[in-house]
Design a protein around this ligand. Structure first.
Ligand code: NAD
Length: 246
Protein backbone atom coordinates (compact mmCIF):
# COMPACT_ATOMS: atom_id res chain seq x y z
CA UNK A 1 0.00 0.00 0.00
CA UNK A 2 1.14 3.50 -0.82
CA UNK A 3 -1.13 5.34 1.63
CA UNK A 4 -0.39 9.09 1.90
CA UNK A 5 2.31 8.84 -0.79
CA UNK A 6 2.12 11.65 -3.34
CA UNK A 7 2.86 10.39 -6.84
CA UNK A 8 3.35 12.37 -10.05
CA UNK A 9 2.97 10.52 -13.36
CA UNK A 10 3.89 12.45 -16.50
CA UNK A 11 1.88 11.89 -19.67
CA UNK A 12 -0.81 10.10 -17.68
CA UNK A 13 -3.89 10.83 -19.80
CA UNK A 14 -3.53 7.67 -21.89
CA UNK A 15 -1.58 4.48 -22.54
CA UNK A 16 1.04 3.29 -20.08
CA UNK A 17 0.94 6.52 -18.02
CA UNK A 18 -2.81 6.15 -17.51
CA UNK A 19 -2.40 2.54 -16.37
CA UNK A 20 0.37 3.58 -13.97
CA UNK A 21 -1.75 6.38 -12.47
CA UNK A 22 -4.69 3.99 -11.95
CA UNK A 23 -2.47 1.26 -10.49
CA UNK A 24 -0.78 3.65 -8.02
CA UNK A 25 -4.19 4.96 -6.95
CA UNK A 26 -5.32 1.37 -6.30
CA UNK A 27 -2.55 1.26 -3.70
CA UNK A 28 -4.05 4.43 -2.20
CA UNK A 29 -1.36 6.84 -3.41
CA UNK A 30 -2.47 10.42 -4.02
CA UNK A 31 -1.95 10.63 -7.76
CA UNK A 32 -1.14 13.69 -9.80
CA UNK A 33 -2.04 13.18 -13.44
CA UNK A 34 0.15 15.29 -15.69
CA UNK A 35 -1.14 15.91 -19.19
CA UNK A 36 0.01 18.12 -22.03
CA UNK A 37 -3.11 18.88 -24.10
CA UNK A 38 -5.87 16.30 -23.78
CA UNK A 39 -7.72 17.56 -20.71
CA UNK A 40 -10.80 15.44 -21.45
CA UNK A 41 -8.82 12.20 -21.36
CA UNK A 42 -7.02 13.33 -18.20
CA UNK A 43 -10.38 14.10 -16.50
CA UNK A 44 -11.55 10.61 -17.44
CA UNK A 45 -8.55 9.09 -15.62
CA UNK A 46 -9.19 11.37 -12.64
CA UNK A 47 -12.87 10.34 -12.51
CA UNK A 48 -11.99 6.65 -12.70
CA UNK A 49 -9.60 7.04 -9.78
CA UNK A 50 -12.03 9.11 -7.72
CA UNK A 51 -14.81 6.58 -8.28
CA UNK A 52 -12.56 3.93 -6.77
CA UNK A 53 -12.29 6.09 -3.64
CA UNK A 54 -8.73 7.34 -4.15
CA UNK A 55 -7.45 10.88 -4.62
CA UNK A 56 -6.34 12.32 -7.97
CA UNK A 57 -5.46 15.80 -9.20
CA UNK A 58 -4.70 17.09 -12.67
CA UNK A 59 -1.77 19.27 -13.61
CA UNK A 60 -1.29 20.54 -17.12
CA UNK A 61 2.32 20.96 -18.28
CA UNK A 62 4.42 20.31 -21.33
CA UNK A 63 7.30 18.47 -19.69
CA UNK A 64 9.66 19.40 -22.52
CA UNK A 65 9.57 22.96 -21.13
CA UNK A 66 11.77 23.66 -18.12
CA UNK A 67 9.53 26.59 -17.04
CA UNK A 68 6.36 24.50 -17.20
CA UNK A 69 7.96 21.70 -15.19
CA UNK A 70 9.02 24.18 -12.50
CA UNK A 71 5.52 25.67 -12.37
CA UNK A 72 4.03 22.16 -12.14
CA UNK A 73 6.28 21.28 -9.22
CA UNK A 74 5.45 24.56 -7.43
CA UNK A 75 1.73 23.75 -7.73
CA UNK A 76 2.26 20.23 -6.38
CA UNK A 77 4.33 21.41 -3.43
CA UNK A 78 1.81 24.17 -2.64
CA UNK A 79 -1.00 21.62 -2.59
CA UNK A 80 0.69 18.64 -0.91
CA UNK A 81 3.95 19.94 0.58
CA UNK A 82 5.79 16.81 -0.59
CA UNK A 83 6.47 14.43 -3.46
CA UNK A 84 7.19 10.76 -2.84
CA UNK A 85 7.03 9.13 -6.27
CA UNK A 86 7.93 10.50 -9.69
CA UNK A 87 7.23 8.46 -12.82
CA UNK A 88 8.84 9.93 -15.93
CA UNK A 89 6.57 8.38 -18.53
CA UNK A 90 5.81 11.08 -21.15
CA UNK A 91 7.29 10.25 -24.51
CA UNK A 92 6.94 10.54 -28.27
CA UNK A 93 8.42 8.90 -31.31
CA UNK A 94 9.30 10.34 -34.72
CA UNK A 95 10.42 7.15 -36.48
CA UNK A 96 12.30 7.28 -39.76
CA UNK A 97 15.50 5.93 -41.26
CA UNK A 98 18.67 7.82 -40.35
CA UNK A 99 19.19 9.18 -43.86
CA UNK A 100 15.76 10.79 -43.76
CA UNK A 101 15.80 11.89 -40.14
CA UNK A 102 15.49 15.66 -39.84
CA UNK A 103 17.35 17.54 -37.13
CA UNK A 104 13.93 18.52 -35.84
CA UNK A 105 12.90 14.84 -35.47
CA UNK A 106 16.05 14.25 -33.46
CA UNK A 107 15.72 17.35 -31.29
CA UNK A 108 12.01 16.86 -30.46
CA UNK A 109 12.47 13.25 -29.43
CA UNK A 110 15.52 14.04 -27.28
CA UNK A 111 13.77 17.01 -25.65
CA UNK A 112 10.51 15.16 -24.91
CA UNK A 113 11.90 11.74 -23.96
CA UNK A 114 15.19 12.57 -22.25
CA UNK A 115 15.57 16.25 -21.34
CA UNK A 116 12.05 16.30 -19.87
CA UNK A 117 13.05 13.48 -17.51
CA UNK A 118 16.07 15.53 -16.40
CA UNK A 119 13.83 18.58 -15.76
CA UNK A 120 11.30 16.56 -13.74
CA UNK A 121 13.96 14.64 -11.84
CA UNK A 122 15.81 17.84 -10.94
CA UNK A 123 12.62 19.51 -9.73
CA UNK A 124 11.52 16.43 -7.74
CA UNK A 125 14.85 15.84 -6.07
CA UNK A 126 14.66 19.06 -4.05
CA UNK A 127 11.63 18.05 -1.92
CA UNK A 128 12.76 14.40 -1.88
CA UNK A 129 16.17 15.38 -0.46
CA UNK A 130 14.45 17.32 2.31
CA UNK A 131 12.25 14.31 3.05
CA UNK A 132 15.29 12.02 2.77
CA UNK A 133 13.12 9.61 0.80
CA UNK A 134 11.72 9.18 -2.69
CA UNK A 135 11.22 6.83 -5.60
CA UNK A 136 11.93 7.87 -9.17
CA UNK A 137 10.95 5.53 -11.99
CA UNK A 138 11.95 6.37 -15.53
CA UNK A 139 10.26 4.69 -18.48
CA UNK A 140 12.94 3.64 -20.94
CA UNK A 141 12.44 0.97 -23.64
CA UNK A 142 14.00 -2.27 -24.91
CA UNK A 143 14.90 -0.09 -27.90
CA UNK A 144 17.20 1.89 -25.57
CA UNK A 145 18.99 -1.34 -24.69
CA UNK A 146 19.22 -2.92 -28.14
CA UNK A 147 18.59 -0.19 -30.75
CA UNK A 148 16.12 -0.46 -33.63
CA UNK A 149 15.95 0.32 -37.33
CA UNK A 150 14.16 3.65 -37.90
CA UNK A 151 14.39 4.67 -34.26
CA UNK A 152 17.90 6.11 -33.84
CA UNK A 153 16.54 9.24 -32.13
CA UNK A 154 14.19 7.29 -29.85
CA UNK A 155 16.83 4.65 -29.03
CA UNK A 156 19.40 7.34 -28.17
CA UNK A 157 16.92 9.12 -25.89
CA UNK A 158 15.87 5.87 -24.18
CA UNK A 159 19.53 4.82 -23.75
CA UNK A 160 20.11 8.29 -22.30
CA UNK A 161 17.36 7.58 -19.77
CA UNK A 162 19.37 4.56 -18.62
CA UNK A 163 22.53 6.65 -18.09
CA UNK A 164 20.50 9.28 -16.26
CA UNK A 165 18.90 6.60 -14.07
CA UNK A 166 22.20 4.99 -13.09
CA UNK A 167 23.97 8.29 -12.36
CA UNK A 168 21.04 9.67 -10.38
CA UNK A 169 20.78 6.38 -8.44
CA UNK A 170 24.45 6.66 -7.37
CA UNK A 171 24.16 10.36 -6.54
CA UNK A 172 20.89 10.16 -4.61
CA UNK A 173 21.27 6.85 -2.76
CA UNK A 174 22.84 8.53 0.32
CA UNK A 175 19.65 10.64 0.57
CA UNK A 176 17.33 7.64 0.56
CA UNK A 177 16.13 8.25 -3.00
CA UNK A 178 15.94 5.22 -5.30
CA UNK A 179 16.02 5.64 -9.07
CA UNK A 180 15.18 2.81 -11.46
CA UNK A 181 14.23 2.39 -15.09
CA UNK A 182 11.61 0.18 -16.67
CA UNK A 183 12.19 -0.99 -20.22
CA UNK A 184 8.90 -2.05 -21.84
CA UNK A 185 8.98 -4.19 -24.94
CA UNK A 186 6.02 -3.96 -27.28
CA UNK A 187 2.96 -2.71 -25.40
CA UNK A 188 -0.43 -2.06 -27.05
CA UNK A 189 -1.04 1.71 -26.86
CA UNK A 190 -1.68 4.59 -29.28
CA UNK A 191 2.11 4.72 -29.83
CA UNK A 192 2.23 1.19 -31.24
CA UNK A 193 -1.29 0.74 -32.70
CA UNK A 194 -0.24 2.77 -35.73
CA UNK A 195 2.21 0.07 -36.87
CA UNK A 196 0.97 -2.02 -39.84
CA UNK A 197 -0.32 -5.47 -38.87
CA UNK A 198 2.44 -7.29 -40.79
CA UNK A 199 5.06 -5.47 -38.70
CA UNK A 200 3.12 -6.30 -35.52
CA UNK A 201 3.06 -9.98 -36.56
CA UNK A 202 6.82 -9.88 -37.13
CA UNK A 203 7.34 -8.37 -33.69
CA UNK A 204 5.11 -11.02 -32.06
CA UNK A 205 7.17 -13.77 -33.70
CA UNK A 206 10.20 -12.43 -31.75
CA UNK A 207 8.43 -12.48 -28.37
CA UNK A 208 8.88 -15.80 -26.51
CA UNK A 209 5.54 -15.38 -24.71
CA UNK A 210 3.93 -14.94 -28.14
CA UNK A 211 1.76 -11.89 -27.53
CA UNK A 212 1.98 -8.12 -27.05
CA UNK A 213 2.02 -6.56 -23.59
CA UNK A 214 -0.68 -4.46 -21.95
CA UNK A 215 -0.10 -1.11 -20.21
CA UNK A 216 -1.03 -2.85 -16.92
CA UNK A 217 1.97 -5.19 -17.30
CA UNK A 218 4.25 -2.16 -17.06
CA UNK A 219 2.15 -0.52 -14.34
CA UNK A 220 2.48 -3.58 -12.07
CA UNK A 221 6.27 -3.26 -12.05
CA UNK A 222 6.12 0.49 -11.46
CA UNK A 223 3.87 -0.06 -8.42
CA UNK A 224 6.37 -2.59 -7.05
CA UNK A 225 9.34 -0.26 -7.58
CA UNK A 226 7.43 2.60 -5.93
CA UNK A 227 6.61 0.55 -2.86
CA UNK A 228 8.57 -0.53 0.24
CA UNK A 229 9.17 -4.02 -1.24
CA UNK A 230 11.72 -2.42 -3.59
CA UNK A 231 13.60 -0.37 -0.99
CA UNK A 232 16.89 -2.19 -1.68
CA UNK A 233 16.67 -1.82 -5.47
CA UNK A 234 18.25 1.16 -7.17
CA UNK A 235 19.96 1.96 -10.48
CA UNK A 236 18.37 -1.03 -12.24
CA UNK A 237 16.86 -1.36 -15.68
CA UNK A 238 14.08 -3.95 -15.66
CA UNK A 239 12.50 -5.18 -18.88
CA UNK A 240 8.79 -5.93 -19.20
CA UNK A 241 8.78 -7.50 -22.63
CA UNK A 242 7.46 -11.06 -22.67
CA UNK A 243 11.03 -12.26 -23.03
CA UNK A 244 11.69 -10.26 -26.21
CA UNK A 245 15.17 -9.20 -25.08
CA UNK A 246 16.42 -12.62 -23.93
P1 NAD B 1 1.27 7.16 -25.75
O1 NAD B 1 1.61 7.92 -26.96
O2 NAD B 1 -0.02 6.42 -25.69
O3 NAD B 1 1.36 8.07 -24.46
C1 NAD B 1 2.38 9.02 -24.28
C2 NAD B 1 1.87 10.06 -23.32
O4 NAD B 1 2.88 11.05 -23.15
C3 NAD B 1 0.62 10.76 -23.87
O5 NAD B 1 -0.31 10.92 -22.84
C4 NAD B 1 1.17 12.11 -24.31
O6 NAD B 1 0.23 13.16 -24.26
C5 NAD B 1 2.26 12.32 -23.28
N1 NAD B 1 3.22 13.35 -23.70
C6 NAD B 1 3.90 13.40 -24.87
N2 NAD B 1 4.65 14.53 -24.90
C7 NAD B 1 4.43 15.17 -23.73
C8 NAD B 1 4.90 16.38 -23.17
N3 NAD B 1 5.75 17.16 -23.83
N4 NAD B 1 4.44 16.76 -21.95
C9 NAD B 1 3.57 15.99 -21.25
N5 NAD B 1 3.09 14.83 -21.73
C10 NAD B 1 3.51 14.43 -22.95
O7 NAD B 1 2.49 6.15 -25.53
P2 NAD B 1 2.74 4.97 -24.51
O8 NAD B 1 2.95 3.76 -25.32
O9 NAD B 1 1.74 4.97 -23.41
O10 NAD B 1 4.16 5.41 -23.95
C11 NAD B 1 4.44 5.78 -22.62
C12 NAD B 1 5.93 5.68 -22.37
O11 NAD B 1 6.34 4.32 -22.54
C13 NAD B 1 6.77 6.49 -23.36
O12 NAD B 1 7.88 7.04 -22.69
C14 NAD B 1 7.20 5.45 -24.37
O13 NAD B 1 8.36 5.83 -25.03
C15 NAD B 1 7.40 4.26 -23.47
N6 NAD B 1 7.38 2.97 -24.16
C16 NAD B 1 6.28 2.52 -24.81
C17 NAD B 1 6.31 1.28 -25.44
C18 NAD B 1 5.14 0.70 -26.17
O14 NAD B 1 5.29 -0.38 -26.76
N7 NAD B 1 3.98 1.32 -26.16
C19 NAD B 1 7.49 0.52 -25.41
C20 NAD B 1 8.59 1.02 -24.74
C21 NAD B 1 8.53 2.24 -24.11
Amino acid sequence: MLVERVALVTGASRGIGRAIAIALARQNAKVIINYKGNKEAAIEVQELIRQSGAEAQLVQADVSSSEQVQEMMEKILKEYGRLDILVNNAGINRDTLLMRMKEEDWAQVMQTNLTSAFYCLKAAVRPMMKQRSGKIINISSVVGLHGNVGQANYAAAKAGIIGLTKSAAKELAPRGIMVNAVAPGFIITDMTKQLPSEIQDKIISGIPLGYLGKPEDVANLVVFLAGPGADYITGQVISVDGGMSI
